[in-house]
Design a protein around this ligand. Structure first.
Ligand SMILES: *Cc1c(COP(=O)(O)O)cnc(C)c1O
Length: 368
C-alpha cells in the first residue's frame, strides 16, 4: 500500500519527553521556540502560534477589525475552513474564479469582484504553490484592502524569492497531514507589531495583564507538547521539502505524455512545496477521475480529491446571510477543476521505487 500521506514525527520524541518531564504543558517556552523557528522560515518579524489554521484565519480577520457587511474576496476552490473563518469573523464572503495554471485566485477575476465594502483579499496557496501575489499585492494596495494569505498548504513556498506568508498576513495550518505538523495547530505571520499584538491578545481571552481583558477573545493557545512535535520538522524543513520536489519531478518525468492527463506546472518566479501533487484527468482520458481513483485504490495507491465541490456549494451555506447567492456556473474554471483534479502521493517518505510504481500504474490504467 502506498498511502497519500505518511506522518513521521519520530524525531520529536526527545523534545516531547522534555516537556512531559518539565510538567509545564500549557503555552510557554517551547511554544516561543517554535515561534522563533517559524518566523525564520516565513521571513517575518512575528510568528504567533495558535491552536489551528482555522484559528489563525479567524484571529487575523478579527484583528483587522472587520465590520458586519465588510467583504472578504477569496477562492471558491478551497477547504471549508477558509469560508468558515470569514463567517466566524462576522464578515461577508465573496468569491472570484481561479486560474487553471495554479488553481488559485485569478487577479483579473478578483479585480472584477472588488466593491466598496471589500476589506480583505484572501488568496489560498493551493497544493503548496503561491497564488499570483504580485498582482494581488498591487490590487490590495490600489483598493485599500488588506492582503491575508491562506498559506495552510504552503509553508516554505516562495513568490519572487520571498516566502509565502510574508507578502500579506500569513495564516498557516499545522494539521496532522500538512507539510509541517504539530498534530493540530496554526501560525499567524506578519511584520506588523500591532497586528501581531492583537492576535496574541485574541489568542489568550483578550487578556494582557492577568485578568485584565482588553477585547473579547478566545482560547487559541498552542500547548508545549504540540510545539515540541513541530520544532524538529522546522529544523529539517528544507530537506523535507527537497524530498517532495524530487518526488514531484520524478512523477512529472514519468507521467509526461500520458493520454488524457495534465500535469501540474510550477509558474515562473514561484517555488512550489508540493503539499499535493495534483493532476487533471481530462474528458478524453480512458477513465474518469473517479474511475481512476478507484482503480488506483484497488492496486494499493492512495489518492485524494481536493476538492470535489466548490466551497459554497453545500446546503449549509445556501441562503446564509454572509454568503452571497453564488452559482457554480459563475466560476467555470474552479468548477472544471473540481471535476478533474486528483492528487497522487508525493510525501517525503516515498522511495524512488514507490514513485515508479505510481507512475507505471497510472500509465497502465490510462492506456499509455
Ligand atoms: C488545512 C487548511 C486550513 C485549516 O487548517 P486547520 O489547521 O485544519 O484548522 C485552512 N485552509 C486550507 C486551504 C487548508 O488546507
Amino acid at each position: 500500500m502506498i498511502p497519500l500521506t505518511v506522518v513521521d514525527v519520530r524525531d520529536a520524541e526527545p523534545l516531547v519527553a522534555e516537556v512531559i518531564r518539565s510538567g509545564g504543558l500549557a503555552q510557554g517556552p517551547m511554544v516561543e521556540r517554535f515561534e522563533h523557528a517559524f518566523a525564520d522560515v516565513a521571513g517575518t518579524r512575528h510568528a504567533v502560534a495558535v491552536s489551528s489554521g482555522t484559528a489563525a484565519l479567524v484571529a487575523t480577520l478579527e484583528a483587522l477589525d472587520l465590520r458586519p457587511g465588510d467583504e472578504v474576496v477569496t477562492s471558491p476552490f478551497t477547504f471549508a475552513a477558509t469560508l468558515n473563518a470569514i463567517l466566524e469573523a462576522g464578515a461577508t464572503a465573496r468569491f472570484a474564479d481561479i486560474t487553471r495554471a495554479d488553481f488559485a485566485l485569478d487577479a483579473d477575476a478578483v479585480a472584477a469582484a472588488l466593491g466598496p465594502r471589500t476589506k480583505v483579499l484572501l488568496p489560498v496557496h493551493l497544493y503548496g504553490q503561491p497564488a499570483d501575489l504580485g498582482k494581488l499585492t498591487a490590487l490590495a494596495a490600489e483598493s485599500g484592502a488588506h492582503l491575508v494569505e491562506d498559506a495552510a498548504q504552503a509553508v516554505g513556498a516562495t513568490f519572487d524569492g520571498r516566502p509565502a506568508g510574508s507578502h500579506g498576513v500569513g495564516c498557516f495550518s499545522l494539521y496532522a497531514t500538512k507539510n509541517v505538523t504539530t498534530a493540530e495547530g496554526g501560525v499567524v505571520t506578519t511584520d506588523d507589531d500591532a497586528l501581531a499584538g492583537r492576535v496574541r491578545l485574541l489568542r489568550n481571552q483578550g487578556m494582557r495583564a492577568r485578568y485584565r481583558y482588553e477585547v473579547p477573545g478566545h482560547n487559541y493557545r498552542m500547548s508545549e507538547l504540540h510545539a515540541a512535535v513541530g520544532i524538529p520538522q522546522l529544523r529539517r524543513l528544507s530537506e523535507l521539502t527537497e524530498a517532495r520536489r524530487r518526488n514531484a519531478r520524478r512523477l512529472s518525468e514519468g507521467l509526461a505524455g500520458t493520454p488524457g492527463l495534465d500535469l501540474p506546472a510550477v509558474l515562473p518566479g514561484r517555488e512550489h512545496v508540493w503539499h499535493q501533487y495534483t493532476v487533471l484527468i481530462g474528458p478524453h482520458a480512458m477513465l474518469s477521475r473517479d474511475e481512476l481513483a478507484t482503480a488506483l485504490a484497488a492496486r494499493g495507491i492512495g489518492t485524494g480529491v481536493y476538492y470535489p465541490r466548490l466551497v459554497f456549494d453545500h446546503d449549509c451555506y445556501r441562503g446564509h446571510p454572509q454568503v452571497p447567492d453564488a452559482s457554480v456556473e459563475d466560476f467555470p474554471v474552479a468548477a472544471r477543476m473540481a471535476e478533474q483534479v486528483l492528487s497522487l502521493p508525493v510525501h517525503p517518505s516515498l522511495s524512488d521505487a514507490q514513485v515508479d510504481t505510481i507512475v507505471a500504474t497510472v500509465r497502465e490504467e490510462l492506456g499509455a
